[in-house]
Ligand binder design. Structure first.
Ligand SMILES: Cc1ncc(C[n+]2csc(CCOP(=O)(O)OP(=O)(O)O)c2C)c(N)n1
Ligand SMILES: [Mg+2]
Length: 886
């Protein structure tokens, strides 16, 4: 108890101390708790002014942080802005209602935007900077479910037509549809940041603000005039990603970041914190992590009431009233509110007395009062050294009428009835007749030359152009010098055994040193650099650190000491795959956000990529991010000692579900180099919106030299690496191997030849997903061209005329080689690592999963026996010889 006030200093003057405490006791006894509380807060405030260093309270009272006398004058034309808001509100509702009227089941949301319209409109009119004249402007993360409001605004501005609005959620016709939520993949000239998967907007926003600083510090882009605005829901704050990375923003002093939390007290099913107070809870979290917090709880109508609250009773009542009750007040009459909120004390009733029931009902919440919102934004953009969060209290479904406003079903409402529309129209004072809205609500546009449209356009012109808007200013990069990749083509000498992870690290170092593109390379590592042998980079390129290095590192005497610096190139994220993904996203989209292509290499434990942060990787694909994800320590048996939670045998299955991914599982350093080179070409020269997933392993072996003419096969996903020796007799098989398991296939080739007289051709399968994609495309072509000669997929052509069954072994699940099974003309036997991993030696694990050389040989013999090309006894003999149980 009271530990936070503990201190070990001796009391220099106990008498004086006693006097202070005595005075407090007196106040408490004579004047009560409220007065004591008031005085203490005053004293604490004075202490702050004197910079005594008392930490701030993490929770303040349930009132606006900015008091009325501190509010700046409102700079806009309030009447015109009000009409603009009303028109946008109407059209957002009209769009969703028409869509669901015509096509029941299309869906859409009315209430999220209805509660946040003012929050956005104040931003659009007075704060959000656009992208005209080649500027990056602000980066704005819109709440996904508020998208209808953004379309309605773009319509008023003349950027979208009625035809566009009438294709809300009907996107199959190219160029016409409007996507349900912010999806750059679907509307590449409109949306920039995918947000609708709750929590991803906030975490990506934090790292976006951080990456803006990185670009600035490294002299790549001037991002001083970019501010990141993140709009999120109060329910969204439940997601771990939403609040999990707040400390980085305060630690790195990201005053270029503003969060706006739309606290309508409701999520999808019901209240966010019915028994508590979400605003107070969030305030404590944000203040506790060092953010500047501005609460916008009450609209201006409350100011006069609070001004009379000399006893602090009203504030106390506000403090103790839980959110479930506030929500209730939103749907109740003024009389009810008078009785329940003010009726607890005659003094409170007296404060409310001059107000009619109607006026009590119309006491607005802060987030609906543009003056309060403006004051909060204005304070935020003038705050230095810390990020700001604005907690704005609103009503979900505000203005939509009694049956929707603040009801628990509000989130699910997809259309308004005729009666509701009439009331809505009246409330918005729009000149639409009953007849006009009878069938379905028309869109309302006041005309090209109306004061509303002119005002809105003028404001956007002054702030640098319309938003939301995504701009790509194509800037192809030159290819890295040929020598960067050539080194890997020679292989390593026999005594030099290296893993593909080591080869990759070498390649990354060469790329970083490359004159053409080196400075654009962004290595991103979640506290795993030493595991991957990348620690030399700490010194070579430095670790990005907003504050530089304020200490002498423990290893400063070593050549490769830990080096943080303000313009460091490597991003060492610490243990956060989600944060690393968010950095990867900011870097991988910098080509559009800032017009500066960056080449991120995100190096992670492959188990903790698609599995742990699959949704962020999905959003990366949506955002059209470009870059390399390097799944290190790959393979369920190659990473052998780490057991069930580390040994990855399925990331390639998960990766194959992301349409933007180009995935490879190379065996040799020269393959890796060819793949990275091609990735550079496709993403940064040809500007394709794809990203690469490449697995690299930690098994050391001699890296062979590159055979002639295999580049095409490496990239397509399969090539013949080592055919059976010329003139080999006996039955034949085809062995596929990927990653280090290719070495097992090669050893199986020797076993089969030496012990069983079977000739095996060995292929390197660098990418089953690539083979599959091509085959699917060919298959579709054949389906749609029934009159033309059938085409054969690459994999089928490669295997045409080859003899014997195909045994495909992988350190991944059988589902990975199985991706091509349909197009393999021969009998196909996938071998893989299905099931949970476990720890043991590599040899034991590979035997256990039946992907070692002996198991591959047995699989080959068994398949030959089934084909009648060998007696079954041969396979049984092999099983007995190798101790493989039946
Ligand atoms: C990861 C994820 N889970 C669930 C959903 C489904 N969902 C959409 S909106 C919503 C409620 C949003 O509530 P809140 O964040 O408070 O936003 P509001 O609409 O109230 O502004 C939910 C659960 C989602 N979009 N993303
Ligand atoms: Mg909400």
């Amino acid at each position: 108890m009271l530990d936070d006030f503990k201190q070990q200093l001796p009391d220099m003057d106990p008498h004086e101390t006693h006097e202070w405490i005595q005075s407090l006791d007196d106040v408490f006894l004579r004047e009560g708790r409220q007065r004591a509380d008031f005085l203490l807060r005053k004293v604490l405030k004075r202490a702050r002014q004197l910079e005594i260093g008392i930490p701030g309270l993490i929770q303040t009272r349930y009132i606006n942080t900015i008091s009325p006398e501190q509010e700046p004058p409102y700079p806009g034309d309030e009447a015109v802005e009000k009409r603009i808001r009303r028109i946008i509100r109407w059209n957002a509702v009209a769009m969703v209602t028409r869509a669901n009227h015509r096509y029941p089941g299309l869906g859409g949301h009315l209430s999220s935007y209805a509660s946040s319209a003012t929050l956005y409109e104040v931003g659009f009119h007075h704060f959000f900077r656009g992208k005209d004249g080649g500027q990056a402007g602000d980066q704005i993360f819109y709440q996904g479910h508020a998208a209808p409001g953004m379309y309605a605004r773009a319509f008023l501005e003349g950027r979208l037509t009625e035809a566009h609005l009438d294709h809300f959620r009907r996107e199959v016709v190219p160029g016409q549809g409007l996507s349900s939520y912010p999806h750059p993949r679907l509307m590449p000239e409109f949306w920039e940041f995918p947000t609708v998967s709750m929590g991803l907007g906030p975490i990506n926003a934090v790292y976006q603000a951080r990456f803006n600083r990185y670009l600035q510090a490294r002299g790549i882009a001037n991002t001083e005039n970019s501010r990141v605005w993140c709009f999120m829901g109060d329910g969204e704050a439940d997601e771990p990603e939403a609040l999990g990375s707040l400390t980085i923003a305060s630690r790195e002093q990201l005053d270029n970041l503003v969060f706006v939390v739309n606290c309508n007290l409701q999520r999808l099913d019901g209240p966010v914190r019915g028994n508590g107070k979400i605003i107070q809870e969030l305030e404590a979290v944000f203040r506790g992590t060092g953010w500047n917090v501005t609460k916008v709880v009450w609209g201006r109508e409350w100011d006069a009431l609070l001004a009379q609250d000399g006893d602090g009773l009203l504030v106390e009542r506000m403090n103790e009233t839980v959110d479930g009750e506030w929500q209730r007040y939103s749907v109740e009459t003024g009389a009810y509110i008078r009785e329940k909120l003010f009726g607890t004390d005659p003094r409170l009733l007296k404060i409310a007395q001059p107000l009619s029931d109607g006026e009590i009902r119309r006491l607005r919440r802060g987030g609906h009062d543009y003056r309060k919102v403006f004051a909060a934004y204005d304070a935020a953009v003038h705050t230095k050294g810390v990020p700001t969060v604005i907690l704005a209290k609103t009503v979900k479904g505000w203005t939509l009428g009694e049956s929707i406003e603040a009801r628990n079903v509000t989130h699910q409402m997809k259309k308004l009835t005729f009666e509701e529309l009439k009331k809505f129209r009246d409330r918005l004072e729009l000149p639409l007749s009953d007849r006009q809205i009878e069938d379905e609500p028309p869109y309302f546009h006041p005309g090209e030359n109306s004061p509303e449209v002119e005002y809105l356009r003028e404001r956007r012109r002054a702030l640098g152009g319309s938003l939301p808007r995504r701009v790509v200013r194509p800037k192809p990069l030159p290819m890295p010098a040929g020598k960067t990749f050539a080194e890997f083509d020679g292989g390593t000498p026999e005594h030099r055994q290296v893993s593909t992870t080591m080869a990759f690290t070498r390649l990354l170092r060469l790329l970083l040193a490359d004159e053409q593109v080196g400075r654009r390379v962004v290595p991103i590592i979640p506290d795993e650099a030493r595991t991957f042998g990348m620690d030399p980079l700490f010194r070579e390129v430095g670790i990005y650190a907003a504050l530089g290095q304020r200490y002498e590192p423990v290893d400063s005497k070593l050549i490769l000491s830990y080096m943080e610096k303000k313009d460091g190139q490597l991003i060492e994220e610490g243990i956060t795959e989600a944060g690393s993904m968010a950095s990867f996203t900011a870097a991988g989209t910098a080509y559009s956000t800032h017009g500066e292509p960056m080449i991120p290499f995100y190096c992670l434990y492959s188990m903790f990529g698609f599995q742990r942060t699959g949704d962020l990787l999905w959003a990366f694909g949506d955002a059209r991010g470009r870059g390399f994800v390097m799944g290190a320590t790959a393979g369920r048996t190659t990473l052998n000692g780490e057991g069930l939670q580390h040994e990855d045998g399925h990331s390639h299955v998960l990766a194959s579900t992301n349409p933007a991914v180009v995935a490879y599982d190379p065996a040799f350093a020269y393959e890796l180099a060819a793949i990275v080179r091609d990735g550079m070409r496709r993403m940064f020269v040809e500007l394709e919106d794809v990203f690469y997933y490449i697995t690299v392993y930690n098994e050391n072996y001699q890296q062979p030299p590159k055979p002639e003419g295999v580049d095409d096969g490496i990239l397509r996903g399969l090539y013949l690496y080592r055919p059976a020796s010329a003139g080999a007799a006996g039955p034949r098989v085809q062995l596929f191997g990927s990653g280090p398991i290719l070495l097992q296939a090669l050893r199986a080739q020797e076993i089969l030849a030496a012990d069983f007289g079977v000739a095996a051709d060995v292929w390197s399968a660098t990418s089953y997903p690539q083979l599959r994609d091509e085959a699917l495309a060919v298959e579709q072509w054949n389906r749609l061209h029934p009159g033309e000669p059938e085409r054969a997929p690459y994999v089928t052509r490669q295997l045409a005329g080859r003899e014997g069954p195909v045994i495909a072994a992988s350190d991944y699940m059988k589902a990975v080689p199985d991706m091509i099974a349909r197009w393999v003309p021969q009998p196909f036997v996938p071998l893989g690592t299905d099931g949970f991993g476990r720890s043991d030696t590599r040899e034991a694990l590979r035997r256990y999963f039946q992907i070692d050389a002996e198991s591959i040989a047995v699989a080959a013999l068994s398949a030959l026996a089934r084909l009648g090309k060998l007696p079954a006894a041969k396979a049984q003999e092999a099983m007995a010889k190798f101790g493989i149980a039946g």
